[in-house]
Ligand binder design. Structure first.
Ligand SMILES: Cc1cc2nc3c(=O)[nH]c(=O)nc-3n(C[C@H](O)[C@H](O)[C@H](O)COP(=O)(O)OP(=O)(O)OC[C@H]3O[C@@H](n4cnc5c(N)ncnc54)[C@H](O)[C@@H]3O)c2cc1C
Length: 395
């Protein structure tokens, strides 16, 4: 039997994008997805930047809302409003995004096998063999190379000698009906989402996604937030279908090996500040497909040949991810009073206005935002007010 060129594990946006790119370059691609149906049971707010929409030609009909402002609340309900005249980000129908990406890949020739949870990956001298348990029966698939795009999945990646993702958190989200909420709202504070934040993101005139990140008891915190927002009259009763999912905060030390690459959440290609991973995952998927294409054409699928993928995404995203993780660790150390003081500093010193005026600051490049804050001596002002022992760069 002829060997497929590439097996892609995971039919999320990232797996489907790699599949599309490779199939478009005439490679034979099979996507193995554990779900019975694509887009089932997704847990994601679906916010992507305008840049992401244009870079990846995201269809208009899956965009639910365009965003150009947000209201950010301090723990004691102080408010900073961010606003720019033009659209900064879009909220997409996340299930529809998964389906649209898969349809594109299928149209380019990729084959999808659903209800195929991959249990094991074995890299051999001349091929990769993956074991799937389909309807209780074991089945083997072979190809010249494998792309692991299975979302955050330490079980699958752990045995491959690539290291492990050393920090992660959990996201919880539910759909709610709202009363007159038209802007994104972000809530901070130890009682709301310790070390992280919560969000209310409108998707239509009276519906929104309410979610938060937390290292522990995310359901408990989300249920508390629901009660609080009901009491404030912002939302109606509890949401439908509360879901939780892990989210990586650090990258996998090695994202390539002989005959394999790891992409998207599986590789930890996520903004550590906000947990947004769609854009970084898609950018990395493009680089992964380019490296694999070159390797397939040369017929050299060794780790030495695929290292170009890791170099590529690190060059593009490495600084943003590193600085974002430092900012995240700093933020985690802050108590509510310190956060309140930071809100004051941001408001009183015109720092927010100055940031919003910077033309080249984008929704996706958090490293640039952090460096810009440093240029404005914001970090120095914070250090004067808040005495936090914080070692840069250490784990
Ligand atoms: C609450 C929450 C809100 C979020 N909001 C945003 C947001 O607003 N914007 C943003 O950019 N990011 C957001 N994210 C992150 C975003 O959802 C991920 O970064 C993105 O889904 C990563 O895509 P992926 O294709 O790598 O992984 P996934 O979307 O997780 O897709 C992986 C696919 O692999 C399949 N799979 C897993 N294991 C196997 C296996 N063993 N065999 C076969 N198939 C398998 C899964 O079923 C799934 O279909 C959010 C995350 C959470 C938890």
């Amino acid at each position: 039997m002829k060997l497929a060129d590439v097996l892609v594990i995971g039919g999320g946006p990232v797996g489907s994008y790699v599949a599309h790119e490779l199939a478009s370059m005439a490679h034979e691609v099979v996507v193995l997805e554990q779900k019975e149906r694509l887009g089932l049971e997704v847990c994601c707010t679906g916010i992507i930047s305008q840049q992401c929409v244009s870079d990846f030609a995201i269809d208009d009909d899956i965009i639910l809302k365009r965003l150009n402002s947000a209201r950010i609340f301090s723990p004691s309900a102080g408010l900073i409003r961010l606003w720019r005249p033009e659209t900064q980000a879009c909220v997409v129908d996340r299930a529809a995004l998964d389906l649209a990406m898969a349809r594109r890949a299928q149209a380019a020739g990729a084959q999808y096998m659903l209800a195929c949870p991959v249990k094991r990956i074995e890299v051999r001298q001349d091929r990769v063999v993956v074991e799937v348990v389909r309807h209780k029966e074991k089945k083997g698939f072979s190809a010249k190379a494998v792309v692991i795009a299975s979302g955050f999945n330490p079980g699958l990646v752990g045995s491959l000698g690539l290291g492990r993702i050393s920090d992660f958190t959990t996201g919880a989200q539910t759909e709610v009906t709202t009363k007159g909420i038209d802007e994104v709202e972000v809530y901070t504070g130890r009682e709301i989402a310790p070390g992280f934040f919560a969000w209310l993101v409108p998707t239509s005139p009276n519906r929104a996604r309410l979610g938060l990140l937390s290292r522990n008891r995310p359901r408990l915190y989300l249920n508390r937030l629901i009660s609080s927002l009901v009491a404030q009259g912002k939302i109606n009763q509890a949401g439908e279908g509360l879901k939780c999912r892990h989210l990586p905060l650090r990258t996998l030390p090695r994202t390539y090996g002989d005959r394999l690459v790891v992409v998207g959440d599986a590789a930890g290609q996520v903004k550590p500040t906000t947990g947004g991973g769609i854009y970084y995952g898609l950018l990395s998927a493009r680089l992964a497909a380019q490296s694999l294409h070159r390797a397939l054409v040369k017929n050299d699928l060794s780790a030495r040949s695929l290292v170009s993928y890791q170099r590529g995404w690190q060059e593009k995203l490495g600084q943003d991810i590193r600085l974002g993780y430092l900012a995240r660790r700093f933020y985690q150390l802050l108590g509510d009073r310190q956060l309140d003081k930071i809100f004051d500093i941001l408001k009183k010193n015109g720092i927010v206005e100055a940031l919003l005026k910077e033309d080249d600051l984008s929704f996706d490049e958090h490293g640039k935002v952090i460096l810009s804050l440093a240029r404005q001596r914001f970090l120095g002002k914070i250090a004067e007010v808040i005495k936090i022992p914080f070692r840069i760069g250490a784990d």
